[in-house]
Design a protein around this ligand. Structure first.
Ligand code: URA
Length: 449
């Protein structure tokens, strides 16, 4: 089988067979197929797409290109959750412990932030002593004992995706639904959980900016998960505005702890409760309404905090930071960003907020950059809020004062403030747009004004 012929076939819109996809993935991962041929194939897929069967075959071949984790040493039903990424997205830190406190086993492999989005591993590593590089045996033991462990992805998982993603990144082929879906789902399938809850973000801070594209991506991923024999569903949640009010690593851990105690921001709380309910549902704990009630009860009595503290301790971290979040060190410098005019906030460029946070040291511009855990942004005003001229819309935190100039300009330019727009309260915004499962999509009702 020649790669040239496969490119020719896809260029004309043909469907690749499982065998052809296997040869292509194995040949590329093994170094026999050069980057230039794979780049041509990726562009052909970008324009011609892939049908469900091809996308599932690509996913399974990528998943099996490296280590496939066998979680059978962990008792009970294991449910994973994956978010497509965003700004202020600390949902894993809330729903992981919350679901674990209700008996779901969460054996989670997470990633680091890159560009404008944050990553769970960076957030967790802001807790002194905590390690996310844990060997398999200890990982399983912690999940069996505490219900949850969160670690970084091991070196040899899904090597085909690592190589392919690096090539997509430099050939303008990232934003293709079959390529994104197979890339994400290959990692989830290799990670071994029985159930997978996907949080597909939509809006200005997300990969998918439109609801239509987000639903299409969710449907593709759910079809792959189901086709691979896993229980799988997706929620489409809002990332047109940062989630919660904290952006930046230790700031987000503190907000997650507050949310676990039932004192979190309303948008974050709502998204976490619905995601947690779906994790319980995937674990077969009852109907969705019963699962929602369980999640709400656990959040109201704060039991997830104890589970988070136990996980932190088991992973070598200092649990006193979870029990007393006031211990997290504050950044050396802070600056209020003030509104330059009066009006109502009618839009936030969420990607711009994420970039401002990274400029303060909370994220990486390049892979090798070192994170400043206390850096970030506390948003005082969000979509729909009224502001007066000179009123603070956000507070920036950094370890070096000179970082404020660029970051404050970036943040201010991310906000659109308009006069005469009163009456657009933030509560009117949808936080969850739809859910997708193997039976199709269901749209959530508009919030009550
Ligand atoms: N995240 C991934 O892991 N892969 C993609 O293609 C996009 C987002």
């Amino acid at each position: 089988m020649r790669m040239y012929d496969l490119i020719e076939k896809k260029k004309h819109g043909g469907s690749l067979t499982r065998q052809e996809i296997r040869c292509m993935v194995q040949g590329f991962a093994g170094g026999e197929i050069p980057d230039y041929q794979m780049a041509a194939m990726l562009m052909a897929i970008y324009f011609r797409g892939m049908d469900r069967e091809e996308t599932l075959a690509l996913t399974m071949e990528m998943a099996s290109s490296g280590d496939m984790v066998d979680l059978s040493a962990i008792e009970g039903i294991k449910v994973d959750k994956h978010s497509t990424g965003g700004v202020g997205d600390k949902t894993t830190l809330v729903i992981g412990p919350l679901a674990a406190s209700l008996g779901v086993k969460v054996a989670k492999m997470s990633g680091r932030g890159l560009g404008h989005t944050g990553g769970t591993i960076d957030k967790l590593e802001s807790i002194p002593g905590l390690s996310t590089a844990i060997d398999r045996e200890r990982f399983f033991r912690i999940v069996n004992e505490t219900g949850i462990a969160v670690i970084g992805q091991s070196g040899n998982m899904v090597p085909a995706d690592k190589k392919m993603y690096a090539l997509r990144d430099v050939t303008a082929t990232v934003d293709s639904i079959p390529l994104i879906a197979s890339s994400i789902m290959s990692k989830k399938i290799a990670a071994g959980s029985d159930g997978i809850v996907l949080d597909v973000k939509t809006g200005s801070g997300a990969f998918m900016k439109s609801l239509k594209d987000s639903v299409a991506l969710a449907k593709e991923m759910v079809a792959i998960g189901t086709g691979a024999g896993r229980r799988c569903c997706a929620l489409i949640t809002d990332m047109d505005v940062p989630l919660g009010r904290a952006v930046g690593n230790s700031l987000e851990v503190v907000e997650a702890i507050e949310t676990l105690k039932g004192r979190g921001p309303e948008d974050l709380t709502q998204v976490c409760l619905e995601l947690c309910a779906h994790m319980l549902y995937m674990a077969g704990r009852g109907g969705l309404d019963a699962c929602r009630a369980m999640a709400e009860e656990a959040m109201a009595d704060g039991r997830g905090v104890k589970t988070l503290a136990a996980m932190v301790k088991a992973q070598g971290g200092d649990e006193s930071y979870i029990l007393d979040p006031g211990r997290f060190p504050e950044a050396a410098f802070s600056l209020e960003v003030k509104a330059e005019e009066e009006g109502v906030i009618t839009h936030i460029d969420t990607e711009g907020c994420g970039i401002a946070s990274a400029m303060l040291g909370a994220g990486r511009q390049k892979k090798e950059d070192v994170i400043d855990y206390s850096a970030g942004i506390r948003l005082c005003k969000k979509y729909g809020d009224s502001v007066k001229k000179g009123e603070a819309i956000a507070v920036l935190f950094a370890s070096r004062e000179e970082l404020f100039e660029g970051a404050s300009k970036k943040l201010l330019s991310a906000y659109t403030i308009e006069r005469g727009q009163e009456g657009r309260p933030s509560e009117n915004r949808k936080r969850i747009y739809a859910r997708v499962d193997e039976n199709g999509e269901e749209y959530y009702p508009d919030p009550i004004s």
